[in-house]
Design a protein around this ligand. Structure first.
Ligand code: SF4
Ligand code: FES
Length: 264
């Protein structure tokens, strides 16, 4: 229950929605928006649970359920994601689709649900997209030098707390791809900026920093991601609050690497 102008407003426990969902049988098939009614949806459900209910109905009718990506359903793994009414991961800030609850929608709402749209992310089926391009960028980042032998005593590598905090903030990126989906250029700079920052800030990541920055940027370009246009749409939709200062750090790392590295 909430209050507006002194009047008590009771929010319904259940809502009815009209969904316009992107249906596409395969990567090279033509897609279209298909209308489905989602009736009696509990406002305590998550967005994915709502899709589960719709899919149960479709299955009972002998129809093909809506394919969508998911795994942990706890906002940790980065597997889920769809564009809801034009917003990657839907209308709530710093929230993954699996953690978006139906209480944020109103009875009678129409929701247009589409997959991430970016050239390097091919639609596999309906809302499920292939984000293996991110894995290829991570792979291009390569290894971190680690001396063999027993684990060193933690205090032998001092890291200022502010630096550790910044590295931890960058490490929060779950690789969901919402930043790419929201960017008009389909740039992966926020994602790569987070990964580069995470490693470049810590002493353990410094020996290979130059090679890593050059290699990840090269791979990003090769896979067809666009360049950053400073729109900051990526930051606005990021469920883990990764800020564009990570892109600035990535640019600095890249510049340093270009000037100092023997690698071409
Ligand atoms: S930077 Fe944010 S939006 Fe982009 S992949 Fe990482 S968590 Fe997702
Ligand atoms: S399913 Fe893991 S973050 Fe949403």
């Amino acid at each position: 229950m909430s209050e507006a102008n002194g009047e008590k407003i009771t929010k319904p426990d259940k809502i009815n929605l009209t969904l316009k969902v992107w249906r596409q049988a395969g990567p090279n098939k033509k897609g279209r928006l298909e209308t489905h009614e989602a009736k009696g949806i509990s406002t305590d459900m998550s967005f994915l649970e709502m899709l589960d209910v719709v899919n149960e109905g479709l299955t009972l009718e002998g129809k093909e359920p809506i394919a969508f990506d998911h795994d942990c359903r706890e906002g940790i793994c980065g597997t889920c994601g769809a564009v809801v009414n034009g917003l990657a991961h839907g209308p709530e800030r710093e929230t993954t689709l699996c953690q978006l609850h139906m209480r944020h929608f109103k009875d009678g709402d129409t929701l247009v649900i589409e997959p991430w749209r970016a050239r390097p992310f091919k639609v596999i089926k309906d809302l499920a997209v292939d984000r293996s391009a991110f894995d290829k960028i991570i792979e291009a980042g390569g290894y971190v030098s680690v001396n063999t032998g027993g684990a060193p005593e933690a205090n032998t590598i001092p890291v200022p707390p502010e630096t550790a905090e910044l590295a931890m903030d960058a490490a929060a990126c779950i690789g969901c791809g919402a930043c790419v989906a929201a960017c008009p250029n389909a740039s992966a700079m926020l994602f790569v900026g987070a990964k580069i920052s995470h490693m470049a800030l810590l002493p353990q990541g410094k020996p290979e920093a130059a090679r890593r920055a050059l290699s990840m940027l090269r791979k990003m370009d090769e896979l067809g991601f666009g360049n950053c246009g400073n729109e900051a749409e990526c930051e606005a939709v990021c469920p883990k609050n990764i800020t564009i200062t990570n892109i600035a750090r990535f640019n600095r790392e890249f510049l340093k690497a270009s000037l100092c590295s023997k690698e071409k």
